[in-house]
Design a protein around this ligand. Structure first.
Ligand code: MLT
Length: 244
């Protein structure tokens, strides 16, 4: 299978996605938060690019059946119920509810991957389940890293590297592009201490400075949730067809 890694969504041409599975990665923190919310019983997540779009969509939902979540500059949006911290997406908060979510980079990347054969959301939290799913499907794969503010973000390629490492461990035949090779090497060099790889990275430092070190520690945990979140028809839900 061909494995490509894109450093930022803007570098992807729609043709790169055709007939491939896209794994969208925004490990700090949108993808990790989405995976946590779904694991905690959230019915579905609707990612939007703009704040206004999220607010308009919310008008279609009954009171108490939905939550507005997300951030701008890592901070909760005025009038929203939840920020982008995975710790806020508890079973008590999200169970049975729709979350309409907008974040600076992550939800944009998900929308950008729309033309892929299938779009799944990945982070360290579900790395093994996603790798098993990819191997099971056997299609070529595009890892779409969300980046930070339009720029490459080290944290996301580490997740791509983790998944490629797991695929390699399963003796998957892979033809990797150069960024896939870099992702794999970087991950292998730091897999016993992921925090060390991140400590000088821009997005990591921003989150720690803003007081979110606990969130970062949470997001770099491997394989907590064996779920496959699939983005289809504008909505992210857990795939019921695969046991990770
Ligand atoms: C994003 O989608 O831009 C990020 O998840 C930002 C954040 O860490 O809150």
């Amino acid at each position: 299978m061909k494995i490509s890694v894109y450093a930022i969504p803007a570098s992807i041409d729609d043709r790169d996605l055709k007939e491939r599975i896209a794994v969208v990665i925004d490990v700090l923190r949108a993808a990790s938060t989405i995976i946590t919310a779904l694991n905690n019983g959230c019915k579905e997540i609707i990612p939007t690019a703009e704040i206004e779009e999220a607010i308009m969509l919310a008008k279609n939902y009954e009171k108490d059946s939905f939550l507005l979540g997300g951030e701008r500059n890592a901070v909760k949006i005025d009038g929203f119920d939840l920020s982008n911290s995975p710790y806020e997406y508890t079973p008590e908060a999200v169970k049975g509810r729709t979350v309409i979510m907008t974040t600076t980079n992550g939800t944009q990347a998900i929308r950008k991957a729309n033309d892929a054969k299938e779009v799944i959301i990945g982070s360290f939290l579900n790395a093994e389940a996603v790798s098993r799913y990819i191997r099971h499907r056997g299609d070529d794969v595009v890892f779409v890293c969300a980046g930070t503010d339009g720029k490459f973000s080290l944290d996301d390629i580490l997740v791509a590297g983790a998944m490629i490492d797991i695929l390699e461990g399963m003796n998957t035949e892979m033809e990797m592009d150069d960024l896939a090779l870099v992702s794999l090497h970087l991950y292998k060099s730091y897999k016993s201490n992921l925090k060390k790889a991140l400590e000088n990275a821009y997005h990591y430092k921003n989150l720690v400075r803003a007081g979110y070190e606990k969130d970062v520690d949470y997001c770099i945990q491997l394989n907590l949730f064996p779920i496959i979140p699939v983005y289809k028809d504008g909505t992210i839900r857990i795939s019921q067809n695969f046991q990770g």
